[in-house]
Write a protein of this length. Structure first.
Length: 196
């Protein structure tokens, strides 16, 4: 398990040998906090919560350059790939992932902000165990580098979860955890820019 960060904390993305990470995977996960509904035969099922993970590329001036989300699964520079939409949050581990090859990110990109939003308008008081984690896919076994557990429930419909920023020749990860409102990445460009 990687280093656990609190809101506002950062970590330089370097390997134990001092080299920079090159291929990373941002995993986001969540569970429903709604009670299990019991049927007449005692079987139950938790309410489904559909959150969407997205990434926004920003330049040095804070202007958005690109978006990776369920309607655009690949970045225009070819550096990022969204692995697809999870409609329920069911199961253990990452519910949605975005793969990023940091060596292929356009030099114009200064920061990548990761957000989650509720397309159906469900609020975060229906969500529990939300997290984001960064995995090093350039190392055998894909070890987890850093994790940010979200403990902020409420009536908001989106969160600015984390950002990855250029730092010298490498990158650094920052846990953000800011509440926002919106159904898709299109609604979250301004809140994401405020986290730069």
């Amino acid at each position: 398990m990687g280093l656990s960060l609190s809101k506002g904390q950062s970590l330089s993305l370097t390997k134990s040998d001092g080299g920079a990470l090159s291929k990373v995977r941002m995993g986001l996960g969540w569970d429903s906090a709604a009670p299990v509904k019991r049927g007449i035969f005692g079987r139950g099922k938790a309410a489904e919560v559909d959150l969407d993970a997205s990434a926004i590329y920003f330049d040095q001036a804070g202007q958005p350059l690109d978006k990776i989300w369920f309607k655009q699964l690949k970045s225009t520079d070819g550096s990022a790939q969204h692995t697809g939409d999870n409609l329920t949050g069911a199961g253990d581990g990452d519910d949605e992932t975005i793969l990023v090859d940091l060596t292929k990110v356009s030099p114009a990109v200064a920061q990548i902000v990761f957000v989650i939003s509720s397309y159906s308008g469900q609020t975060f008081d229906l969500v529990q165990n939300a997290f984001c984690r960064l995995v090093d896919d350039s190392t055998a076994g894909s070890p987890e580098v850093v994790r940010f557990e979200l403990t902020d429930a409420g009536t908001h419909t989106a969160m600015v979860m984390a950002k990855v920023s250029r730092e010298g020749a490498g990158w650094k990860f920052t846990a953000v955890g800011n509440r926002a409102a919106g159904r898709s990445v299109l609604d979250l460009i301004a809140p994401a820019a405020q986290a730069l």
